[in-house]
Structures are given as C-alpha cells and as structure tokens.
Design a protein around this ligand. Structure first.
Ligand SMILES: Cc1cc2nc3c(=O)[nH]c(=O)nc-3n(C[C@H](O)[C@H](O)[C@H](O)COP(=O)(O)OP(=O)(O)OC[C@H]3O[C@@H](n4cnc5c(N)ncnc54)[C@H](O)[C@@H]3O)c2cc1C
Length: 378
C-alpha cells in the first residue's frame, strides 16, 4: 500500500481546497431545520461546482474521481469544517445502488435530483423487530395492478421528514427463505399511506423517525433489481454505507482530537501525565483508523467493490469517538456540558455511534469472520 499521493491527486486536492476556501459555508446555524437547509444549500453549491457526485461516473453527472480522490474529497470536507451534504444518503447509498442495479429510466429519472439535493433520500431498512437481523423484516408488499401495495412499519428512518424518496425493503414472498423473499423498492414518500412521525433523541433533536406504511403504492418501474433479489441489492447499499463515510468520519475525528488538545493546552493541563496519556492514546487510535481506512481503500481498488474492512473502520471510529467525547467532558469539566459548548452535543450524539450503521457487536462478528478469518464460536 503506497500512501503517497500522486501529482494528479495532489492537484485534485489543491483545486478542491481552493474551491472550499471560496465557498466557505460558514458556521452551522442553530436549529434543526435551519441546519438541514444550510446543508442543502451547501450541496447545491457543490453540485453547481461539479463537486457533488465526486465518485460518480461522468456520464451520470459525476466527476469520475478515483477512489483515492473520493477519499481526499471527504477528508478535505471535514478538514475545512464543511458539513456533510444534506443528501448524503442519496449520494453515498441510493445513487451507487441505483447505478449498480437500476434501469436506464430509473437512472435518468432519479440520479440528477440526488446530485443537486432537489430530492432528498432516506433509508427504510430497520423495523421495530428487525435491526441487526435485517432479513427478518416484516413489512409486506402485495401485487396490486401494475405495482405493489406496501403495509408495515419502519423505524429510525433518518431524514424521512425531508425525504422525497425512500430505499425501502419489503417482503414480497412470505413462503421463501427469509433472505430470498425480499424486494427493494424506490418509494415515493409524497403519497397517502406514508406517515412520518419524528422520534426525539437524547440530543433533543429529531434526526430520525418512525415511518408508517398503510397501503402506500410503488409502481413496477420503481422496483430496484429483480423481485425477490432485494437482499443482494441491499448488500450493495450497506457496503457503500460503511465504505463511503469512513473518510469523512476519521478526518472529523482528527479535527476533534486536535481541537481538544488545543483546549487542554490552553488550560495548562498537558503536563498532567494522566491527561497526556489519554490524549496520546486517542491520537494513536485516530491515526490507526486513518490508516485502516486507506487499507480498505486499497482493497476496494484491487477488488472493484468495498470489502468487509469498512466494518473495522466503523467499529474503531465509533468507540474512539465515544471515548474522545467522554474524555473531553472529564477533562474540561462542567463547562463542556453547557448546552452552548459543542462538546455537550458531541457527547450525547456519540451514544448512537455504536448502534447506527451496524452495532459494534455485529461489526465485530463481521471482522472476526470475514477480515480475520476466525472460526465461528458455535
Ligand atoms: C442515529 C441512528 C440513525 C439511524 N438511521 C437509520 C436509517 O436511516 N435507516 C435505517 O433503516 N436504520 C437506521 N438506524 C437503525 C440502525 O441501523 C439499527 O438501530 C441497528 O442496525 C441495530 O438494530 P436494532 O436497533 O434493532 O438493535 P438489535 O438488532 O435489536 O440489537 C440489540 C442489541 O443486541 C445486539 N445483537 C443483535 N444481534 C446480535 C448478534 N448476532 N450477535 C451479537 N449481538 C447482537 C446488538 O449489538 C445490540 O446491542 C439508525 C440508528 C441510529 C442509532
């Protein structure tokens, strides 16, 4: 694995740095809706500048960047203090899945509006009784005319309140083995039979929702991939999820570690051996995560698709971010728990890190079996 950027990659990075300097989105505004609108405006600007779909092929409006350039893109975004684009689920999950499995008509209809954030996407996978064991999902789709009628409930559906489209998994064959009876639908959220109910999180925000489906309809031409092949299509989405965001997350982690180190230094606490040891350990882990993310990238470049290493990055990142936020409030004291201090929000939001996008226990299973090749315990 060669970690030196080529002249082309360095030129890409410098062009992007200049663009980000000229298009500084400024600080995040207060309030959830204002924050989402801010991220949406930022994505519109990215799209206008040709930066929204960096890793998308040029014939679908992307920049055709290599995987390394795409990693540089997310690292630079985090380094510049820019937000993740509002339609991140569309750019990283839905778009690549539609490119892999979609018809020409689906690509033409759906991809452009992902890029400029004019149509936001959400991911309707998890259900009240199906999270880690996703294939046990019970939302049903039955034939109705030239389409499917959907009944059931999804939960933890992030950004559903803003979404025009949903990547929806539903069971179309009750008798087939559980992984084979699932179909992947592209659900139009703007119809009767789709109810979005916000869930309040520990941060006080309502980033995610319950999604009730009471007879919503999806036409045949909005089924993604073959009927009954939804599990395979969903794996494309999940692999992209873990691989795609890793670089942004590890770069933001680096920024947060550095910011905390500066605050600790300001208070003259760097000479305290206990503080220095914990900070040093966080620094080391952050560097390991960066290198692990690059190792996954090399493997993806070799094999053509993301491998199980994304699970390792996500697991290490989530635990390190929780440790970092806990350490910050331990060392900075009560001021870090003031609602106006960003560490208060970071501490509370980090609780979900070891659950969202696959729980740590499940990721450990994947890493032990598929990365390390260890035998199953039972
Ligand atoms: C902030 C946030 C945003 C989210 N956004 C979305 C979204 O947009 N769309 C969406 O579909 N979902 C979303 N989710 C849901 C997320 O994917 C699930 O919460 C996650 O997959 C776990 O499922 P569960 O909550 O049903 O827990 P369960 O699967 O019921 O797990 C409960 C506990 O059992 C453990 N466990 C389960 N199975 C095993 C096993 N085989 N071995 C060992 N331990 C096990 C788990 O690790 C966990 O500790 C989001 C979650 C969060 C926190």
């Amino acid at each position: 694995m060669d970690l030196t950027f080529t002249p082309t990659e360095l030129a890409f990075r410098d062009e992007l740095r200049t663009w980000l300097r000229d298009h500084d989105p400024g600080p995040a505004p207060d309030g959830e809706d204002a924050d989402f609108a801010w991220r949406r405006r930022f994505q519109e600007e990215l799209a206008a500048g040709g930066w929204a779909g960096v890793h998308w092929p040029e014939d679908v409006g992307g920049r055709g960047a290599t995987l390394t350039e795409s990693a540089i893109f997310f690292e630079e975004l985090a380094r510049a203090g820019a937000p993740l684009p509002a339609n991140v689920l569309g750019l990283v999950l839905a778009g690549p899945t539609i490119m892999s499995w979609g018809t020409d008509a689906q690509r033409e209809r759906l991809l452009p509006a992902i890029l400029d954030a004019s149509e936001i996407w959400c991911q309707g996978f998890s259900e009240p009784s199906s999270g880690s064991d996703l294939a046990s999902l019970r939302t049903r789709a039955v034939r109705d005319g030239d389409g499917w009628r959907i009944t059931g409930q999804k939960v933890w559906t992030s950004f559903a309140q803003h979404a025009r489209w949903c990547m929806l998994l539903a069971r179309t064959d009750q008798d087939a083995p559980k992984h084979r009876g699932i179909t992947y639908f592209l659900l139009d959220m703007e119809q009767d039979g789709v109810d979005v109910v916000p869930l309040r999180q520990i941060t006080g925000e309502s980033e995610f929702n319950e999604l009730f489906l009471g007879g919503a309809w999806v036409p045949d031409d909005m089924v993604l991939g073959p009927v009954g092949a939804g599990w395979r299509v969903a794996l494309t989405t999940l692999m992209n999820e873990r691989a795609g965001l890793g670089f942004f997350l590890q770069a933001r982690l680096r920024q947060d570690v550095d910011e905390l180190a500066a605050r600790i230094a300001q208070r003259g606490l760097l000479d305290d051996p206990a503080v220095a040891e914990r900070l040093g350990e966080l620094h080391r882990r952050t560097e390991v995560i960066r290198l692990t993310a690059y190792r996954g990238l090399s493997r993806t470049e070799r094999d053509g698709e993301p491998g199980p290493e994304g699970s390792l990055t996500k697991w290490l990142w989530s635990e390190t971010n929780q440790e970092l936020t806990q350490f910050a409030v331990d060392v900075l004291g009560p001021t870090a728990l003031d609602a106006s201090d960003p560490w208060a929000h970071r501490l509370l939001r980090a609780r979900g890190n070891t659950i969202e996008g696959g729980t740590t226990e499940v990721l450990r299973d994947i890493v032990s079996g598929r990365v390390l090749g260890l035998p199953k315990a039972r």
